[in-house]
Ligand binder design. Structure first.
Ligand code: GTP
Ligand code: SPV
Ligand code: MN
Length: 594
């Protein structure tokens, strides 16, 4: 494999600290990956699943206290606290390096350090960026091999350049008290210790492609966002693209792989997946914003994925997939999760590795009684996705017609509304709120503000991030229109009113029609909402135009209540909140009171 002096010097330094027994470079070859799979099976780190039913698929269980991202132990280490802002955990870089050094020292004794060269984006594209992850976990290697473009050709693309993101991961004792997920944006460095779970350790994903990349994007004039990218193909063969930012476990993978309702499929409409979690967006010479997916696979939520909700995701996981913390069906050596089907396995092992009796399941206490952990995941290759966009490997991405923000709101937010312009759209993103989910450690179902679905992922001051959004608006001659959706309004019994999933296509079409100026809308204090009869309900069950009218209603009282909450949040972000957004907030309050 091609050598790089900067990479070698850094590896030598990290190896001197962690003391591995050997260093192994990951070249990306199938032979090497297969040998690692065999090794992981021999040590019990992974379980090989039924080769007939789930070819080349494996099950892995993480420690019971290590099943989600831990935001409380995630740090942005910039020279000053002001750069990191008030809602990131901050630590002085020298102090954090010193603390980490103690935890890493000797942590790989007797273990192998794997060197993973990987590219976020197509290898060699000028829009892509390179990272090197050092890890002592085979599970991490095998996941990174699916989630990124990893291997020898990345070292070729890097050449003699020092321009790569350094990532060091050590499992150490997997001690939650000493777990640190740390970022040093000025040093292009990520250091993660005492975890072995997903977003904490697959360093190309949230750590690099969002936290470090958002910092780089601000410096270099582009965006790194927590967004899916999808294409809607019309019967005439034309395809239009949208991106959508929803917080973790709020429906990105599902929307990205949506199957249109039958009446649309018959007419020839299709949806193509470009990405399901992260988008890097740049302005091109034609004055449009382009989105590319820096990842190469999907690290998706398993529970709730089934033949009806998301058949494309399910099909993607039927081969070459690593399942994490799902339920193991001992009868046929396959996997199961809540919401897969109505047949929980009779002989099974739950996500904790204990014998599991499905009759003990209690919806009110999912974590303790479910077969699969609520944040159990599949790591599946994009190449296996039946609706993967032909533009997936386009080095520059796809032109974006609309940006959609959204969250889980039982009441306030309507099914869909459109912002008045880019500045107002940025404001709409900044006031996003959502009920928390199992994707991060902590309480579930609590409403919190999650601007642009990036609260846990902005690598610098949130106020500066909003300024970056506003300033980018002035650089895009033909900016996408900005919308907000909410699939999660509930009735008095707590049931979702909107059927969601495939039927969200009906809302997507309204959004794209608005982008083309093809349909009218009603102006409300919060933005434009559809005329209820403009959401096509042909072939839908249990939803009438009256239901839609209700879903689109803007309740002034609850919005006014929200205003106070938003003011508190802006206060918390502090002095970096742009004046333009404060003015938008005042203007919204005025319109609501008028
Ligand atoms: P991350 O991978 O954590 O970023 O999550 P995500 O945003 O990709 O969420 P995902 O698509 O995996 O969906 C998470 C949960 O939301 C699953 O339990 C889905 O069943 C549920 N969900 C997704 N779309 C809808 C929808 O339109 N309506 C309803 N009611 N639930 C949905
Ligand atoms: C999320 O939490 O938004 C995820 C899963 O996509 S993780 O990779 O753990 O961040
Ligand atoms: Mn995500």
């Amino acid at each position: 494999m091609r050598k790089n002096a900067f990479v070698d010097a850094w590896i030598a330094e990290m190896a001197a600290m962690t003391c591995p027994k050997e260093i192994v470079w990951i070249d990306g070859s199938e032979e090497q990956l297969e040998a690692l799979r065999k090794e992981a099976v021999s040590t019990g780190e992974m379980i090989k699943l039924n080769e007939e039913k789930l070819p080349n698929c494996y099950l892995h269980r993480t420690a019971v206290n290590d099943v989600a991202r831990v935001e409380s132990r995630t740090f942005i280490c910039t020279p000053t606290q002001e750069e990191a802002g008030n809602i990131n955990n901050w630590c002085d870089p020298d102090e954090m390096y010193a603390k980490l050094k103690k935890l890493y020292t000797g942590s790989m004794k007797g273990r192998t350090m794997y060197v993973i060269p990987y590219s976020m984006g197509v290898v060699g594209s000028e829009f892509s960026k390179i990272g090197i992850e050092l890890t002592d976990s085979i599970y991490v290697v095998l996941n990174m091999a699916i989630m990124t473009r990893a291997g020898a050709d990345v070292m070729e693309a890097l050449g003699d350049s020092p321009d790569f993101v350094k990532g060091l991961h050590a499992i150490a004792d997997c001690d939650p008290e000493n777990r640190y997920i740390t970022h040093f944006p000025q040093d292009n460095t990520i250091m993660s210790v005492n975890s072995a779970y997903g977003g904490n350790v697959l360093l190309g994903k949230k750590c690099f492609a969002l936290r470090i990349a958002s910092y780089l994007g601000r410096k270099e004039g582009w965006f790194a966002e927590h967004m899916l990218i999808l294409g809607v193909e019309y019967p005439n063969g034309e395809t239009k693209y949208v991106t959508a930012a929803f917080p973790s476990a709020c429906g990105k993978t599902n929307l990205a792989m949506l199957i249109p309702p039958e009446i649309y499929r018959k007419k020839g409409y299709k949806v193509w997946t470009v990405g399901d979690d992260i988008a890097w967006l740049r302005v091109k010479a034609d004055g449009r914003l382009y989105a590319m997916n820096p990842e190469n696979g999907f690290f998706g939520v398993a529970p709730g994925t089934n033949e009806h909700s998301n058949p494309n995701a399910l099909a993607t996981t039927r081969r070459d997939t690593i399942f994490t913390n799902v339920c193991h069906n001992l009868d046929d050596n396959t996997v199961w999760w809540e919401g897969l089907d109505e047949n929980p396995p009779k002989h099974a092992v739950n996500w904790k590795g204990e014998p599991w009796d499905y009759r003990t399941y209690d919806k009110a206490d999912k974590v303790n009684t479910s077969g699969a952990h609520p944040n159990s995941r599949f790591t599946a290759s994009a190449k296996n996705c039946p609706c993967l966009s032909p533009m997936f490997d386009s080095p520059e991405g796809v032109p974006v017609s609309a940006i959609i923000f959204g969250g889980r709101r039982a009441k306030t937010a309507p099914l869909v509304y459109e912002s008045f312009n880019w500045q107002h759209g940025t404001f709409v993103g900044s006031i996003m709120a959502s009920e928390t989910t199992a994707a991060a450690a902590g309480a579930v179902g609590v409403v919190r503000r999650d601007p642009m679905a990036m609260r846990p992922f902005v690598g610098y001051n949130m106020g500066d991030y909003w300024k970056h959004w506003l300033s980018m608006g002035t650089k895009i001659a033909n900016p996408p229109k900005i919308f907000h959706v909410n699939w999660f309004r509930t009735d008095d019994e707590g049931h979702f009113i909107w059927p969601g999933f495939g039927d969200n296509f009906r809302v997507l079409l309204w959004i794209l029609d608005r982008c083309e100026g093809k349909v009218d809308a009603v102006k409300t204090p919060i933005g434009y909402v559809p005329n209820p009869e403009d959401i096509n309900l042909e072939g839908i069950s249990g939803v009438t135009t009256e239901t839609v009218r209700d879903l689109l209603s803007v309740d002034t009282e609850s919005w006014l209540e929200d205003i106070g909450n938003i003011r508190d949040f802006y206060e918390q972000i502090g002095s970096h909140v742009p004046e333009e957004l404060k003015e938008e907030l005042d203007a919204l309050e005025k319109r609501l009171k008028a």
